[in-house]
Design a protein around this ligand. Sequence first.
Ligand SMILES: Cc1cc2nc3c(=O)[nH]c(=O)nc-3n(C[C@H](O)[C@H](O)[C@H](O)COP(=O)(O)OP(=O)(O)OC[C@H]3O[C@@H](n4cnc5c(N)ncnc54)[C@H](O)[C@@H]3O)c2cc1C
Length: 435
Amino acid sequence: MRIVIIGGGAAGMSAASKAKRINADSEVIVYDSGGFVSYAECGIPYFLGGKIDDYGKLIHYPITEFTEKRGIIVRTNTSVSSINPEKKEIFFDNGTSESYDRLIICTGASPKVPQKFKDSGALAIRTLDSGIDIRKKLKPGMKVTIIGDGVLGMELASTLKEGGYGTRLISHHSDLFPRISREISRQFLEDFRNEIEVELESEILAIEKTNSNFTVKTSKGTHESGIVIFATGIVPNTSFLKGSSIETTSTGLIRTNELMQTNFPDIYAAGDCATSRNIVTGKESWNPLAQVSNKMGRVAGSNAAGERMIFPGSIGTTLVKIFDYEVGFAGLALDESIKASFNAKRTTVKARSRAAYYEGGSEIWVEIIYDVKSGKLLGSQIISKDGGAWRLNAVASAIQAGLTVEDLFYTDFGYTPPFGPVWDPIIIAASLSMK
Ligand SMILES: Cc1cc2nc3c(=O)[nH]c(=O)nc-3n(C[C@H](O)[C@H](O)[C@H](O)COP(=O)(O)OP(=O)(O)OC[C@H]3O[C@@H](n4cnc5c(N)ncnc54)[C@H](O)[C@@H]3O)c2cc1C
């Protein structure tokens, strides 16, 4: 059996490895349009900020690990331009084609850069190649303009500032980092603004290249910048499916079932280019995240190779380090919960991250969102300089398991003064929500 995988990122290489492990006799071939496979996109902001000196450290495994040790065929710099699902054939940019028995599409996503700025010389990050290109352009002390205040924009602003670059962040939003609720983000955003020049409610009107610099004209002013980076979201890499009868959503995501199977039983899709299920709402959703992609890839690889696995979906648990803050959210925000017809409420707790008498620690803000009638946990957001990440992951497990605020209150978390107060902020938030 020939299993062909398009895309050698998180989902693609997980799919390939699992398929080959399950069915050693199968021929597993991965095609990737870039020069690398199996690398850590998530490490690129730290490579740009200089925390990681060598991009080679971001490569999880050299290609030989797959070709020589795992028996997988890997073809880099090979772009798939179309698919004929009826004839089970894929076509390459160079005019050649390949047949398959099972196909797994793992082509990821690309940065969403407004059409009018595509040729402006402004940059965007996605692949390792793009990260290497940006790092070459960064010069010590250079002024960097980041457009977008989502997770990537905030993370980049912080890593580049820490790397010694003058950093400006521009957003059209009226509030910075709107995914995080204002109730818990005030101090964190104040600290961020002390480090980064922030321009809100601003539209980019023009980006002009002048010698080696850029002039960015916005609705609020004119800024000089060494480089300009767009972090304004992503779109799935599925345009090559146009004209095929593989089912996609209105936003171009490949529609999959819990086996990661498309409307063609022999074609699977996984990672950022595909839909999955939101565990809280039970509805079709998109969570373009590294762990989610790896797991979707593994499930797709297993099913394609003949061993049934089910992907239950995800709750979009997201962690990001912004300066010294550990910031995270999981499940639904309050407005999303209300939109999904829950009778939702939130509880916000500000406390200390360790026992009051124990050295160190910091303030911690915990928000939990729950359904008033059932008590079911719907979402959480946590910010702290100490222990924010582990707490968010703990609450994420509870949300995913469908637990209630009462279940969370009685969850038997370990306690010792250096790691938390005896009434942990999570437990306090649960307790207040039970009233
Ligand atoms: C800078 C950055 C930081 C991130 N940080 C985090 C983080 O901290 N935590 C987190 O959970 N997630 C993070 N993510 C998201 C995470 O990296 C992605 O969700 C994950 O890599 C998606 O895996 P994937 O396999 O779907 O796509 P990718 O890993 O992007 O792989 C897709 C591959 O498909 C190839 N390809 C595309 N089109 C074609 C074609 N037509 N033919 C052949 N090959 C093709 C591409 O070259 C690429 O190698 C980050 C992403 C970026 C860009």
